[in-house]
Design a protein around this ligand. Structure first.
Ligand code: Q9C
Ligand code: ZN
Length: 634
């Protein structure tokens, strides 16, 4: 029975795919496939009168984007799903029947009547096609969510117009008519029984519509960053500031990051993901991620005035993919610079398809204004999230660990390892050479003696043909070769190793010691607050991840580490494992190949206060060397 249903679904998807324009080859659906929804009908709505504010939201936004996706061969690699018009019942999951009736009435209105109605709302226009188009934008979003939640595809993107996130229960607003993403989240709760949905709104405007729909609802975590400029930027709302966190049972489930300056760059965006969104998202453990994917936050956009380059969106996507087993639906919102919009969509879709992410360009230091926002939003949410609470703890105590204790956590390794058993390392070196010469992107090596293998691999990685910057993440009890710790080209990050003898501090050597450092709670905190910020600050050409003998990490933690480190290194990674279990090797091979994690992250573990404090102290101590570690001004 199930088999037959599967087969029928497959046929349906294939035949709809075959109808798509120029879609000769089509990837078969499957749990790892990426869906793309685009329907020309959504290009019909357009501005019929003169209004400079609304003129930027035109049909060419979709046509130019879709043309580029086809030109790059990306559309052809996706499963094409048909759009459909949402039913009125579906619209009423979020909107009032009265408002739906008002929009329905626009189908037969004259230009003058449309214009008069539009004047009742802020930054909105209507067209005789508005109702069918807006219904299709909702329906396309629902099709995508259904395909992902039934497992027909792994993830996907819907290119829709009109956008949705400003739209409210009873009002159109900011080019938005129906709230596509909010309706999809309600639908996922009602029809699929979901209990935890994360909405990431990376559009440059505040999705106040979405915020209002879910402000009381703890089952939807709504994150938005937005150009704010101390409330002087549209829609100029007090409720967009960092201290607005939701109401009643929804307290803590609304997260606002205001940008108080224009010109934010890649480092600002990635910092907010690492230090605000990811800790909360990992703790929340969503079953589905919906992205309100507006690209007016990208470089060149006349509305946003920001500087984030297209590849930044690949990194943002990559950082979200380990959540919810990779069940991510990106739904277009804004984006008004046609070239930038199309390029940013390409990078997002490419990442959903599992392609390696390009390196992130630019200075890896967040600016003062974004640090101020990060500090404020973390403080506002510390009462609501265990993963941020240690920060408050540190502030309350007004200090810190004693000198002696602090030294314990940032100790350097001086153990020297002989180059032993070189013959047994032949395979490892061959693999490493293939990575260094670009023949393969990543690999796994198994060794009976990880310490020795690591010492050899790091040296080989630094040879003339090798990496200018090599990051070595060594987990568990491993001997770190002393002669490498002051080599300006290698950063050694050791977690969970035995306490190390004293040595002079070096920015290139970071040690978080003790068995507890690899417990799930500490490790997850270390991943977002220490490992990834150091990696993004260093921008290595190669990452060597070494797992010592029973290093203490769960398979899921190592998979997460593997997936996320692919960002700062562009995928060039060698995993070195000492006597691993076969299932771990298999899981990591899949992780390197870009497969989604096999499960959600599971119940959240907090780090022990002692561990959290030690980790925080280490991050503060090293933030001058590694700017992405910063979470506050000063
Ligand atoms: N110069 C979306 O991106 N105009 N809507 C603001 C500020 C309204 C944006 C004027 C912008 C609406 C979906
Ligand atoms: Zn926008």
């Amino acid at each position: 029975m199930r088999g037959r249903r599967e087969a029928a679904r497959t046929r349906r998807l294939r035949s709809s795919a075959a109808r798509g324009p120029g879609m000769a080859e089509n990837r078969p659906p499957g749990p790892q496939a990426t869906a793309l929804i685009y329907d020309e009908n959504m290009t019909r709505v357009r501005l019929l009168w003169d209004d400079p504010e609304c003129a930027i939201e035109g049909p060419e936004r979709l046509t130019a984007t879709y043309a580029k996706l086809c030109h790059r061969g990306l559309a052809q690699r996706c499963v094409r799903l048909p759009a459909r018009e949402a039913t009125e019942e579906e619209l009423e999951l979020v909107h009032s029947p009265e408002y739906v009736a008002v929009v329905k009435g626009t189908q037969t209105m004259s230009k003058e009547e449309l214009q008069t109605l539009a004047e009742q709302y802020d930054a909105v226009y209507f067209h005789p096609s508005t109702f069918p188009c807006a219904r299709m934008a909702v329906g396309a979003t629902l099709q995508l969510v259904d395909a992902v939640l039934t497992g027909a595809v792994g993830n996907g993107m819907a290119l829709v117009r009109p956008p949705g996130h400003h739209s409210q229960r009873d009002a159109a607003n900011g080019f938005c008519v129906f709230n596509n993403v909010a309706i999809a989240a309600e639908h996922a709760k009602r029809s699929h029984g979901l209990q935890r949905i994360l909405i990431v709104d990376w559009d440059i405007h505040h999705g106040q519509g979405t915020q209002r729909v879910f402000e009381n609802d703890p089952s939807v975590l709504y994150f938005s960053w937005h150009r704010y400029e101390h409330q002087s930027f549209w829609p100029r709302l007090r409720e967009s500031d960092y201290d607005v966190v939701g109401q009643g049972p929804g307290r803590g489930f609304t997260v606002n990051v205001p940008w108080n300056k224009v010109g934010m760059r890649n480092a600002d965006y990635v910092s907010v993901f690492l230090h605000v969104l990811l800790p909360l998202a990992i703790e929340f453990d969503p079953e589905l991620v919906l992205v309100s994917a507006g690209f007016d936050s990208g470089i060149g956009d006349p509305e946003g005035q920001m500087q984030a380059t297209p590849e930044c969106f690949a990194h943002l996507t990559l950082l979200l993919l380990p959540l919810a087993r990779g069940r991510l639906c990106a739904v277009l919102e804004g984006g008004y610079h046609l070239q930038s919009l199309a390029e940013c969509v390409c990078l997002t879709l490419q990442t959903l398809l599992g392609d390696p992410v390009p390196a992130l360009s630019g200075d890896p230091a967040p600016c003062l204004s974004s640090l101020e926002s990060i500090q404020n939003v973390r403080a506002a949410h510390a009462p609501h999230w265990a993963s941020l609470r240690h920060e408050a703890l540190l502030q309350e105590e007004g200090a810190t660990l004693g000198e002696e204790e602090a030294a314990m956590w940032s100790r350097l390794d001086s153990a020297f390892v002989q180059d032993q058993a070189l013959a047994a390392l032949g395979k490892l070196l061959a693999l490493l050479d293939k990575i260094l010469t670009g023949q393969i992107r990543a690999g796994i090596a198994v060794s009976p003696t990880a310490s020795a293998a690591m010492a050899v691999a790091v040296r080989r990685g630094l040879l003339s043909c090798g990496a200018q910057r090599l990051l070595c993440v060594a987990i568990g009890d491993l001997d770190i070769p002393e002669d490498l710790r002051d080599n300006g080209r290698v950063v050694l990050l050791n977690m969970g190793g035995k306490e190390q003898p004293e040595a002079a501090p070096s920015p290139m050597c970071i040690h978080l010691g003790g068995r507890e450092a690899t417990e799930p709670g500490t490790f997850l905190l270390a991943l977002t607050s220490l490992i990834l910020p150091v990696a993004y600050s260093f921008q290595p050409e190669l990452v060597l991840v070494v797992l010592g003998p029973d290093c203490g990490l769960r398979s899921l933690d190592v998979e997460l580490l593997t997936r996320l480190l692919q960002g700062p290194v562009g995928g060039r990674m060698l995993l070195l494992l000492q006597n691993p279990e076969l299932p771990l090797v298999e899981a990591l091979a899949w992780a390197l190949a870009g497969r989604a994690l096999p499960s959600t992250l599971g119940p959240f573990f907090s780090a022990s206060p002692k561990q959290a404090l030690a980790l925080t102290h280490l991050c503060r101590q090293r933030q001058l060397d590694w700017p992405m570690l910063q979470v506050s001004v000063t």
